[in-house]
Each structure stands twice: as C-alpha cells, then as structure tokens.
Write a protein that binds this ligand. Sequence first.
Ligand SMILES: Cc1cc2nc3c(=O)[nH]c(=O)nc-3n(C[C@H](O)[C@H](O)[C@H](O)COP(=O)(O)OP(=O)(O)OC[C@H]3O[C@@H](n4cnc5c(N)ncnc54)[C@H](O)[C@@H]3O)c2cc1C
Length: 460
Amino acid sequence: MALSVIPEKCLWNEIDRDDFVVQKLEQTDEFDVLIIGAGYTGLWSAYYLHLNDPSLKIAIIEKNTVGYGASGRNGGWCSTIMPMSLDSIAKGHGRDQAVAMQNAIFATLDEIKTRTTSLGIDCDFVQGGSIEVLRSENQFVRAENRVRHLRQYGYGDDFYQLLDRDETLNMLRANNTLGGLFDKRSAVLHPKKLCIGLAAVVRAQGTKIIENLDVLAYSAGQVETRHRTYKANIVLRTTEAFSVNFSQDKRTVIPLYSMMVATEPLTADVWSEIGLQGRPTFNDGRNMIIYGQRTADHRLAFGGRGAPYHFGSKISTTFDFNQNVAQRLRSTLIDLFPILERTEFTHHWGGPLAAPRDWTFNISYNPATGLGSAGGYVGDGVATSNLAGRTLADLVCNKSTEITRLPSVNHTSKKWELEPVRYAAVNSLTKLAMLADWREDKTGRPATLINGIINKISGG
Ligand SMILES: Cc1cc2nc3c(=O)[nH]c(=O)nc-3n(C[C@H](O)[C@H](O)[C@H](O)COP(=O)(O)OP(=O)(O)OC[C@H]3O[C@@H](n4cnc5c(N)ncnc54)[C@H](O)[C@@H]3O)c2cc1C
C-alpha cells in the first residue's frame, strides 16, 4: 500500500500569536551589545545580560523571525543530556569538572522551570522525566553499562533508575518492552512557545529584536547588514548550525538535519493504550537517535536523525523536509505502538542542528575584542542554551562565577575535515548507525565492530 505524503508544516508554528511587533534599527541607534540570531541562545543571553547590567543597550539581529531555527522546531526535550560524554570531559579536565558540568545541566532544568514560571512564559513545561524503553537484550545490556558508568560519577537512583518490564509498561506501553531506563530530572516543553514568550520578556526589558535582517559578516566591534554596518563594543554570535555561512566559522561545526513527524490529536482510548501520563519524553535504546513527546494537545510528536548531510555543509529550506525520513519515522512509531496503524500523521518538518568535531559545545568570550559566541549543542540545546546564555552574560559582565569556570568555557574543537572527506565520513556514520540496529535486530548480538567504527570516525 502506498503511504500517504505527510503534510510538510511544523506543528509548533500552529499557535495563536498576538505578539507581532515590528522593530527597526534607526540610523541614530547605538548599542553596547549586538547579538546575531534570535534562538534560545541569543534570547537567553540578552535576558541575563539585562539582569546583570540593566544599563546595557542590547539589540538582537535575526535573519528570519524569532525561533526560526532549531529553537522553534525541536523535539521539546528539555533534557539533562549533554552532547559530550562525562568520560571525555574527565579526560581533558578531570573527574570533578565532569561532575561540575553535569551538575550545571541539572541546575539548568531548575533554572528554566523557575524562570518560565516567574516570567509567566506558558510553554507547556512539565518535568515528567524521560523514559528510554529497552526492547532487546542488547539495549538492556547497554543501559546497564550506562547506569553503572553514571553511578561511578555519583549519579544514583535519585537521577537515573533501571526499571523492570512492569515498571516500564506502567509508564509507556511500547511493543517488545523488556525494561526501561528512567531519567528522573528531564522535562518536556513546547519549543516555539518558549521562543515567543522569551522574546516578549526580552523586548519588555528594552532589548530591540530586529527581524528579517541578515547579518552578512561580523568582526570585533561591528556587524555588517545590507543597510549599513552597526558598531558595538560587544558582538555575540548565536547562530548555531547557520554559523557555517560566516567565513570564520565555516568548519567549526557541521549542520546535521534532524526530522520530525506529528500525529493528529489522539483519543483518550488510544492514550490509555500508550500511557505517557505525566508526559515523560521517550525513546528506545537503538543506535540511531529517536525522540518523542506527548504534546499538551494530545498528539505524539516524534523525531529522529538519519537525514543526509549535504556536501559543503550546505543549508537550504528544501532540506527541511524529507518524505523518506518522515515515512521511516512513521513506521518506527507504529512499530513502537501498533495501535497507531490507522492514525493520521498531520505534520512533518525538520531543521539543522550544529555538531562540532568533538561533539563538545562551547561558550566563548574574548574581553580584548568583545567577540563572543555559544553553541555546538548537537541535538541537546534546549536546556544547554540557557546555561550558555547565562554564562555568556557573566563573561561579558566580567563576573567570575561557578558557571564561567566550567570546561565548556572557551573550549575550542578541532576543525572539521575538508570536503569530500567530511561528506563521506558524516554520511557513513548515519548509515553505520542504521546498519548496527539492523544487525542487532537480525542476530540478537551487539554490533560491537560497527559501533567501534562509529566511535573511531566520530572520535567518540
Ligand atoms: C528537528 C530538531 C529537533 C531537535 N530536538 C531537540 C530536543 O528535543 N532537545 C534538545 O535539547 N535539542 C534539540 N534540538 C537542538 C536544539 O533545538 C538546538 O540546539 C537549539 O535550539 C539551538 O538554539 P540556538 O539559539 O543556539 O540556535 P537556533 O535556534 O538555530 O537559532 C539561530 C538563529 O540565528 C538566525 N541566523 C542565522 N544566520 C543569521 C544571520 N546571518 N543573521 C542573522 N540571524 C541569523 C537563525 O535564523 C536562527 O533563528 C533539535 C534540533 C532540531 C533541528
């Protein structure tokens, strides 16, 4: 049976908005801080800069509209996951710094909860945890190893808990469940509502957000646009995957596409079959990354990697949709929950996220030049971007705090390889992850060799 095309539109854009404000840069405008990009990183940076120093004159310049990038399109996992491993931080900076970094992410979840509540940002935030369903012996063994590893860093049952089959089914009734790994601290939210709410708060603080203005180039003290070059002592670049369009940032990250689908609102009967009461986010233990959430309006929003990397780190709106990946996501979701066989899939969209060569995000500021940037969160930027914005604000205001001493501050990653090596390596990684899952399904044995090759190529 031919599968129907899933309509190409982003679910998160379907919100009532009465917030349209057109702000323009005037010839006479003068700013202390210019921020490039109005995603979470740019918005949180502006918010905390104002708290640190209300006298600062701040503007954010956005090529499209607020939340146009990954911040307005993501899976809404406001999670405790970091893109880099605890071991890789410990290797470079010691065990204590690895723990400090992870603790800062846990604290960030509390910070986002407190701020969104006190600022009246209604973004459907619920701290319901995150459940990874373990659906094969291999997935179970990998989860046990991970829990053992987390325990070595001091994260016990208060943080992560292995669940048996019944405990897992109580939370989520996926096909072939053997058990689960429950992350108790993670949260879920509506990505675009957070962008819009945050933008309103930042505007109310006095920051100008100039939309539909493309920054063509930037350097210390200045930002070039088609109208004119604007001057400011401090320039912060918060453009994540889109950074590859600036000459100095070309090979610092690569844009990787992540894709999503969403179902129609599901009936109470269907939900009683699936579970997810309390809205924990969910995935399973396969090698290829997948992520899902029960939305506040009773749909399933579900995403995954597996879209191709485009030669030369090209970004294009035509890559925001990929029906092959969308159909694969639909099949995966039906495999998890067969009751969805007849469900209508109403939305499909995607977008680029940024991956540095060592999968380690960075928050950088040079007081001598006034240039700063933050990003490289891979697919874990919803919570991390808040930490990054807070940290950038402290660095700019010359405040020495716990977070300005974290290992991600002024971290530099190796540059990505030149093409065509980059193209070959990145697309092989995607294919290998799919192959590893296929082999594990077929043989029931761990795809150790393939996973070894993946780690070798990715440096993980
Ligand atoms: C489909 C998808 C699903 C994801 N799911 C999750 C998830 O569930 N959990 C999670 O933690 N992370 C997830 N991520 C990653 C997360 O969304 C990002 O890490 C995070 O939103 C990055 O925020 P940002 O503000 O740094 O960048 P962005 O949100 O990408 O914002 C950058 C902004 O800069 C603007 N810009 C670019 N170039 C210019 C220019 N020249 N001039 C002016 N403005 C410019 C863009 O228009 C954009 O608005 C996902 C990403 C995608 C794409």
